[in-house]
Design a protein around this ligand. Sequence first.
Ligand SMILES: C[S@@+](CC[C@H](N)C(=O)[O-])C[C@H]1O[C@@H](n2cnc3c(N)ncnc32)[C@H](O)[C@@H]1O
Length: 248
Amino acid sequence: MKEKRLAKELFDKRAEGYAKGCFASEEHVEAMLLAAEPEATQLALDVACGHGFLTEALATRTKLAAGIDLASEMLPKQGKACYLVGDAEYLPFREESLDLIVCRFSFHHFPSPEHALAEIHRVLKQGGTLVLADGISSELEEKSHYLNQVEKLRDPSHVKLYKKSELLRMLVEGGFVIAKVFHWELHQELEDWLSRAAGDESLKARLREIMRRELEENRTGLIFWEDGGKTYFAYQTVIITATKQFLK
Ligand SMILES: C[S@@+](CC[C@H](N)C(=O)[O-])C[C@H]1O[C@@H](n2cnc3c(N)ncnc32)[C@H](O)[C@@H]1O
């Protein structure tokens, strides 16, 4: 699939840019742990784990933690957890073999999110926990669509930042019961965001122009502000804790 090939290529190339900011934030890792409530007897998996910031935190709190990611350059070269290169939509684990699965800031890259959820559901034990964290787009279709167009321009491996209602529906239709939803506002500085764009200076200039116009137009639904000569904006994100339903 085009998006997967691009995701692998782009994340391999820009791995360094994802080793800081919200990805490395201890505060966000703590919020994920609060949502996941890992236990020392559990087997845990971090789907599309990137540099493994969360995977490593899970490894110290569970019996065994593994991380899987499409891009080998994103994976840590060493750590307490086990790491493997692979696709979120084809998890190399047995049915009902894992207690806890997390997936952070990656779901918007999966070309078939229902397929990824079906795989997560397959490998989770009954009653097992999934913690899914990602950005969300506006519930207004026009704003949701526009934000996703801008995101795709910046990163062609971007598939979709879903509305919160869409994420919750996908989870319920995928056989999960929603236990908790936590909201997290993620602040980004425009130039830092642009530094991870998959393109040359002319693409960055075009995106800069689009985003600066947002201060007045607000077509993306993101909240923009300026401070000390820099432009900032905030993504709305969610941390959803869901459990795999027990089959009767
Ligand atoms: C924005 S990074 C987030 C990384 C990590 N979860 C974190 O929170 O730091 C997105 C990651 O998703 C991975 N990815 C994208 N599509 C994937 C897929 N189909 N299967 C596995 N990993 C994928 C990318 O390689 C990248 O490492």
